[in-house]
Design a protein. Sequence first.
Length: 576
Amino acid sequence: MPLGRIQTRIINELVTLKALNQAAANEILNSEADLSGEAIETLLMEDHRIGEDELLVARSHAFDLHPINAKDIVINEFTFEKLDKDFCFQNKVLPIGTVGDYFIVALDSPFKLQLTNQIQQKTKMKVMVMLALESVLTSKLKDPDEAPAPIGFGDVVEKLGMEYDLDEEGLDSDDIENEESAPIIQLTNRIIEDAYYSGASDIHIEPGEGKARVRVRVDGVCQEKLQVPLKVCNSLLARLKVMSNLDIAEKRIPQDGRIVYKQYNRKGIDIDLRLSTAPLNHGEGAVMRILDKQKSTLPLPALGFSEANLARYRELITRPYGMILHCGPTGSGKSMTLYSALNEINSPTINIRTAEDPIEYTLPGLCQMQMNRKIGLTFAAALRAFLRQDPDIILVGEIRDTETAQIAVEAALTGHMLFSTLHTNDAPSAVARLTDMEIEPFMISASLVCVCAQRLMRRVCKVSKEPYVPEGNEAEIIQRAIGWAGEIYRANPDSGPNQATGGYKGRVGVHELMTISEELVKGINDGCETAQLKRIAMQSGMKTLHQDCMLKVKEGITTMEESIATVPPDLEDYME
């Protein structure tokens, strides 16, 4: 049976590339065997020693496509901006970028026409396909739910000459600043690296009665990693103080420092750690916040905004002046959202100044200032300086006192767009918080553009989640919040790749976006209580944190259990 047109073209292309001689090509072309496309490729690779790369080029030319070496493509936070990572992993699609109206992707086969149509529908762009090797695409597109391999502490513990259930003599103080092979230094590095590879945000070293435990916070939940004798804990704390240039002898008062970890490892781990020590009842403890300098901001669509909130927020951040506040507890994603917003509106035509404590991410094009309270460089001092430096947009890390609040409001009223954060439970509470800082209500209503309250909520594992129809109280909660009833999902901690984390992997933001309106201005000026301001905002279209949680439950992103644990249901009188 003669070969098909495409197979013939592939063989002829290999001859042109001088990867296959003409005699061998004629033998294959004149073969009577019924060879499919895959059989031809297997024959070429095994019997004629044609390499994968040569075959890729020949296939590409045969289909009039461009070949690409996907090994050279760098995966970053923008790679999956238009196509989510799960879709790409399941379909072996590697997004490359955009050129004009075209969205360029690498596929392993030219026959995936239905997939190309799906990509076009998702991106709303014309699709240009390039061919890549399947093995390379598989290695580039790692399973998004694949858990990192644990580092372990066994070898370091053995070197320390201790068992978890024994309280042996601690290390000699001379070991603290020894060479890198010293066990205490290895233990310190191992704790930091294990937390980094686990995706942790914080490391807790907590002395107890007889022992100290090391815990890390992953996806908002603390996990115990290690227990060590108290004497080893003391040496560990001393080592951390050496790394952050703190006073080793001072154990009576809290100290704050910063560790530039790149100086202490040869693995290319470029992270900073914000260290805070404190005297506790069983000894000195420490907490370290991990600041990953290799990560950059996520695009706004990847932060969990609903479609309505995202469209509204994008419109608000382009306003020429006013004040945008983000509210929530520590670790609720406020800084990431602000960085993402600034990254979206950043351009060579505007001047952006930021005052931060600490600088968590370095963004090109932004003038960023690190606060230093010891020498009087506070948020208020930075704001005053910025107002003399011709800014268009100002970011103040946090409004924590009356002086900063007054200058921030004045800046927003004098032609600047000001971004900042507050620690409040929800968006309407920000008005009461500013009032407590002695800001006049008419100043608040005149300067405020919007308040965005947010939380981070764990995502349910896509592989092991179980569908079910809620009944009783659960059905009533979701029906009252969003007026919907139907199938939702629960976590399954007994199967899937995320059993260690209870059937959850990663986190998603939930948002409450309170935009200023005539009714809200009147309510603020009249001194309405927070509850009344919340009712006014909801009548103007604001979705509460709880309602946004329920929308994500409906979409299968999280579970009812996780949603209620993150944000309690709204009071019934708000829903009327």
